[in-house]
Write a protein that binds this ligand. Structure first.
Ligand code: AMP
Length: 510
């Protein structure tokens, strides 16, 4: 008995990653509530130590071996991610909705030597592992007793590889160190005043920075509770909001649009209950794509919350944010977050004055280390130590407004440069238009033509001519779409973001 107690004390006192050390201080608190049950920080530490032990298989340190894992959002996901880190590995989260070729691409590109999966994905991942002779572990496999000699992990080591889909070419592996995670998390904890009494609901996929860092890791760093749904479901999220125990919610604009649709479909008694649930939260955040002002306004009417919009990217974590306290401006993403330097530059790398659009460049401890095994691409992405985001923005009275990605959202037409996001914002105010995506399509006469894919509210007799007449009263003539296409839904990725290259293809096909 004494021997077990001494072992436990020794294990508890080991110097390790800050996230792990902090969890020890909160050992008795609830860390995760998920479909599998409720788990304390102690249980998370114990299970992740056993997973680390299994991964190590009697070796002292995984030494940055890549471990790919495919586990629905829940306790097993988190325990596995921590287990990989505690064994000295690099965690490579796979996307639950990706088809086999995309899973194969990530596993091969990252050079993963071990695959861990939930039994739901056993068939596909088992065969991928077998074909490549990789170690294969199921989350249901029996775990060994935890070793008391897990390696010490220096925070400058690589922690995560997240695959980000570029607009051209194959996705690149963004390498994030433990130090990057520390900077990204502490920046958000101080800006949004995370507390150990916070309770957040995660509805985001956990192969992307938004869910992994802003929701899950911030919560666990703060000693807070992270409640996890295996996937987004508007009705279930409303039930959880109505329950009234959540303090924080973070999502992408599409999720807010779906929650609005579910609220609008409810009867008036239910609407009141839903809205009352929101009133109990202290903060609701939107990001990862531009938040349409209409969504922001509708959500404010429903929930009483003026969504806090922020801007970030897999490579840089979060960079700009509206304030927790103080005025939040619709259509703006606020100011630089703590520990983040932001500047706007023109094509020649010169700083632009306020009011003039420029590329967002970012510097600081939050910025990623490298693109996995792509030194030239990494070198090209930096200028004098600044990461070039490829996003265009303008600083107006100290607040940044995002104009879009230079590669797809900035349309060069008839000698003008126009922002697709600005045009979309105006088109969404048309009574017949529910949603839209504006793209530039190559054209011999104009360079690029402004084209709009539209999702209509109901059967409508909207024509290109009537839309152009309406739009010309609100936009400069060169910004008015010269081609439209009506679609049932806009093409989106697993994060719910509109896939602009796919939208452009719709016009090339028609
Ligand atoms: P990801 O790396 O998948 O998070 O995508 C990052 C990209 O999403 C950025 O480079 C921006 O183009 C876009 N983005 C993120 N947040 C915002 C925002 N609040 N407004 C407009 N675009 C955004």
């Amino acid at each position: 008995m004494i021997a077990i107690f001494c072992f436990y004390l020794k294990w508890l006192n080991k110097v390790n990653l800050p996230l792990i050390e902090r969890a020890k201080e909160n050992a008795n608190k609830i860390a995760i509530r998920a479909t599998e049950g409720t788990f304390t920080y102690r249980e998370l530490l114990q299970t992740s130590a056993r997973i680390a032990t299994a991964l190590l298989a009697n070796t002292p340190d995984l030494k940055e071996q890549r471990v790919a894992f495919l586990i629905p959002s829940g306790f097993q996901y988190v325990a596995t991610q921590w287990g990989i880190w505690r064994a000295g590995g690099i965690a490579v989260p796979l996307c639950v909705s990706h088809p086999r070729p995309e899973l194969e691409y990530v596993i091969e590109d990252s050079g993963a030597s071990i695959i861990i999966t939930h039994p739901d994905f056993e068939t596909v991942l088992g065969s991928i592992a077998q074909e490549r002779n990789l170690r294969f572990i199921l989350t249901t496999d029996a775990l060994p007793k935890a070793t008391d000699s897990l390696p010490d992990i220096d925070i400058s080591r690589r922690a995560l590889i997240l695959y980000t889909s570029g607009t051209t070419g194959k996705p690149k592996g963004v390498v994030i160190t433990h130090k990057n995670i520390q900077a990204q998390v502490t920046s958000l904890i101080s800006a949004w005043e995370w507390k150990s009494s916070d309770r957040i609901l995660n509805v985001l996929p956990l192969h992307h920075i938004h869910g992994i860092i802003n929701v899950l890791t911030c919560a666990l760093w703060a000693g807070a509770e992270c409640h996890m749904l295996p996937k987004f479901d508007a009705q279930i999220v409303w039930e959880r909001i109505i329950a009234g125990d959540l303090t924080l919610f973070m999502a992408v604009p599409t999720i807010y649009a779906k929650l609005i649709a579910a609220w609008e479909a409810a009867d008036s008694e239910r609407k009141k209950i839903m809205s009352a649930g929101c009133a109990k939260m202290r903060l609701m955040v939107s990001g990862s794509a531009a938040l349409p002002v209409q969504v922001l306004e509708k959500w404010q009417n429903i929930s009483g919350h003026f969504l806090l919009e922020r801007y970030g990217m897999t490579e840089i974590g979060m960079a700009l944010s509206n304030p927790l306290h103080g005025e939040r401006l619709p259509g703006y993403v606020g100011k630089p977050l703590p520990q983040v330097e932001v500047r706007l530059v023109d094509e020649n790398g010169n700083l632009v004055p306020p009011g003039t659009p420029g590329e967002i460049q970012v510097k600081g401890a939050t910025v990623f280390l490298e693109y996995w095994q792509k030194p030239e691409v990494t070198a090209k992405a930096f200028r004098d130590g600044w990461f070039c985001t490829g996003d265009l923005a303008v600083n107006e009275n100290g607040n940044y407004r995002i104009l879009g990605r230079m590669s797809v959202d900035i349309i060069k037409t008839g000698g003008y440069k126009v922002s697709a996001l600005e045009i979309e914002e105006v088109l969404r105010t048309h009574p017949d238009i529910q949603d839209c995506a504006v793209v530039g399509v190559a054209d011999a006469e104009w360079g690029e033509r402004v084209c709009a894919a539209l999702v209509l509210r109901a059967p409508s007799d909207l024509t290109l001519e009537s839309l152009r007449v309406w739009a010309k009263e609100r936009l400069a003539a060169y910004k008015v779409p010269s081609r439209i296409i009506v679609v049932e839904e806009l093409p989106r990725n697993a994060m719910g973001k509109v896939n602009k290259p796919s939208v452009a293809c719709l016009f090339k096909e028609s």
